[in-house]
Design a protein around this ligand. Structure first.
Ligand SMILES: Cc1cc2nc3c(=O)[nH]c(=O)nc-3n(C[C@H](O)[C@H](O)[C@H](O)COP(=O)(O)O)c2cc1C
Length: 184
């Protein structure tokens, strides 16, 4: 037997994306966005309502997209519940520091080890759809092992929309595009 729940946005897991932007004066901001993902082989898509971040995107035309981790969960949640429109010290209060990306006009927050650096490809404010073109992906060197990104060591977290929880992205279970060959 299955139990029906009707229309629910139950895509599990959702990423916990941290959108980093600069305002017109070069001040950094960050917000949490779980309604996003890959759009094309070189693009991302994020569903956005109106925020300080969306004002910034219109002028900066670029953003960083980092991934929240177990150790940054409080900061990640904080920047998702507090707007810089109301709290000017949002970044400081979140305990975030940054360097400016040398690829796009956006901040790269030191506390989030994995990030995509994106240019705004299109932003339809009425429909709330942001599409970003990925210019670069970068990872803190300490998470590189034998030339590969150690994704388990990153301790990336995911959003569970069914129970409104953050969950750790877990251990490897098999090789993708490979394990299924056994059944071919
Ligand atoms: C878990 C979580 C996921 C969120 N996902 C989104 C999202 O996908 N799109 C969106 O527009 N807002 C999302 N938000 C809300 C924004 O992060 C929030 O409104 C934030 O305060 C905006 O900051 P800003 O005004 O400083 O840009 C999310 C918040 C949380 C806590």
């Amino acid at each position: 037997m299955r139990k029906d729940f009707g229309c629910k946005t139950w895509i599990l897991p959702q990423p916990v994306l941290i959108i980093g932007t600069f305002d017109k004066d070069g001040n950094p901001n960050a917000m949490n966005a779980a309604w996003g993902g890959m759009y094309d082989y070189d693009k991302v898509v994020i569903a956005l309502s109106k925020h300080k971040t969306t004002e910034n995107l219109k002028v900066s035309k670029a953003f960083s997209l980092a991934f929240a981790t177990k150790s940054t969960v409080e900061a990640a949640d904080y920047i998702g519940i507090v707007s810089q429109n109301k709290e000017k010290d949002k970044i400081k209060k979140a305990g975030l520091t940054f360097t400016k990306s040398n690829k796009v006009n956006a901040p790269l927050f030191d506390q989030f080890p994995l990030a995509l650096e994106c240019e705004v490809d299109s932003f339809n404010e009425d429909e709330g759809v942001l599409i970003g073109k990925i210019i670069n992906a970068s990872v803190d060197e300490k998470y590189i092992k034998d030339g590969k990104v150690d994704t388990e060591a990153l301790e990336i977290i995911a959003f569970d929309p069914i129970n409104a929880k953050y969950r750790l992205v877990g251990k490897e279970v098999a090789d993708a595009f490979k394990v299924g060959f056994k059944l071919k």
